[in-house]
Design a protein around this ligand. Structure first.
Ligand code: SAH
Length: 228
């Protein structure tokens, strides 16, 4: 391994250490004592610095959000880890992600699931994330540009759904696209947001759990086409 690889490995290990410390501190509210080893291994493996602009690369492994352009941000590593852990992804799972952004969270999910379907509203962000994921050889991702509020009905049902932007309420279309036993993790609210887990039971009923207060960009709504 070269000196640069070794330095990257060290920075990622330090980031994971920070994520684990924060997970322990917040465990009374998250009800997760420690994150799954699979989730931590995915965080160790994905080169976060390659998803951010050169001017932010030095901060890529610090536990904080970073700008990714177009007024959007990549979530802090702890939140990526928490949301991923709450999804309880198994190797054969089909996962839907709303808000591809720079594609970092997508790459983490792709290491844990069989296939990740990801939707991004912004064309330039979707394009750039697709380029980055392609360059890294992440092959089990299908992406589309559009409004994630409606989910991806042709690919449903999903074993897990993650929304990376805050909705005013839980979108019905996403709950409808959960398989029995599947989970939806998303921030809900306006200026006062909570991270929520919606679990669909085998009888199709849903259970909702609030995890912790969070701060995400709003989930945009594509304006409907004007009536003619
Ligand atoms: N997980 C991302 C962070 C995304 S920030 C990452 O790792 O980089 C939230 C993203 O949601 C932004 O890219 C924004 O453009 C996108 N977004 C906002 N509203 C959306 C909608 N209705 N459908 C799909 N994507 C949306």
């Amino acid at each position: 391994m070269g000196a640069i690889d070794e330095e990257e490995r060290r920075l990622r290990e330090a980031m994971v250490g920070e994520v684990e410390r924060m997970a322990a501190t917040l465990s009374p509210s998250t009800a997760r004592r420690a994150f799954s080893p699979r989730v931590l291994a995915a965080l160790r493996a994905v080169p976060r610095h390659l998803f951010v602009a050169p001017e932010h690369q030095a901060d890529a492994y610090v536990n904080r959000p970073l700008p990714i352009g177009y007024g959007q941000t990549i979530s802090q590593p702890f939140i990526v880890a928490l949301m991923t852990d709450l999804l309880d992804i198994e190797p054969g799972d089909r996962v839907l992600e709303i808000g591809t952004g720079c594609g970092y969270q997508t790459a983490v999910l792709a290491r844990l699931a069989a296939t990740v379907f990801t939707i991004e509203l912004s064309e330039p962000l979707a394009q750039r994330a697709g380029d980055t994921l392609g360059r890294l050889g992440v092959a089990n991702v299908q992406s589309r540009t559009g409004d994630g509020n409606l989910g991806w009905s042709e690919a449903a049902p999903f074993d897990a759904i993650l929304v990376a932007a805050a909705a005013p309420e839980v979108p019905d279309a996403l709950v409808a696209q959960l398989a029995p036993g599947a989970r939806l993790v998303l921030p809900v609210g306006g200026s006062d947001q909570q991270l929520i887990v919606v679990e669909k039971r085998s009888d199709q009923s849903t259970v909702l759990r609030e995890i912790i207060p969070v701060c995400f960009v709003p989930l945009a709504r594509k304006k409907p086409a004007p009536d003619i």
